[in-house]
Design a protein around this ligand. Structure first.
Ligand code: ZN
Length: 134
């Protein structure tokens, strides 16, 4: 599946979710709640699949770019690889990381972090995943 297809389905599920949460009258059977849970589950599966694709596409792009690397201009090429990776995924590009232990949020330079390593807190590398997704 392509990312744009995933986004389309995701949008549809979102609309469905909105529709279901704004049309709450006269349902006492619990079906709506059950369906809402299913929609949320489907959305989370799609989110994971989308993240996987983003990373796979980024890796493929880097592979292609690696092939074009020659001795001359190696540094600038490496630089562009860092930027490609830093911008490959919204979670990386937003430049924020969180500590899963104490919850601290920290602003980071994604390009720099990819180059030199990600920030640490409480003894562990901080995560690019927003706390809502834990
Ligand atoms: Zn911490």
């Amino acid at each position: 599946m392509k990312i744009k297809d995933i986004n389309k389905i995701y949008d549809t599920l979102n609309d469905l979710y909105d529709f279901m949460s704004t049309n709450t009258d006269s349902d006492t059977s619990g079906v709506r709640e059950e369906m809402t849970a299913k929609v949320i589950e489907a959305e989370s599966i799609l989110k994971n699949e989308r993240s996987r694709l983003y990373l796979r596409n980024a890796k493929a792009k880097i592979k292609r770019e690696r092939k074009t690397i020659s001795g001359v201009g190696l540094m600038s090429k490496a630089e562009s690889l860092h930027e490609t990776l830093a911008n490959c995924h919204p979670s990386i590009a937003r430049g924020k990381v969180w500590c899963r232990t104490c919850g601290r949020e920290k602003k980071v330079d994604s390009v720099e972090s990819i180059r030199t390593g990600w920030a640490k807190c409480c003894g562990y590398t901080m995560t690019i995943d927003h706390p809502d997704t834990w």
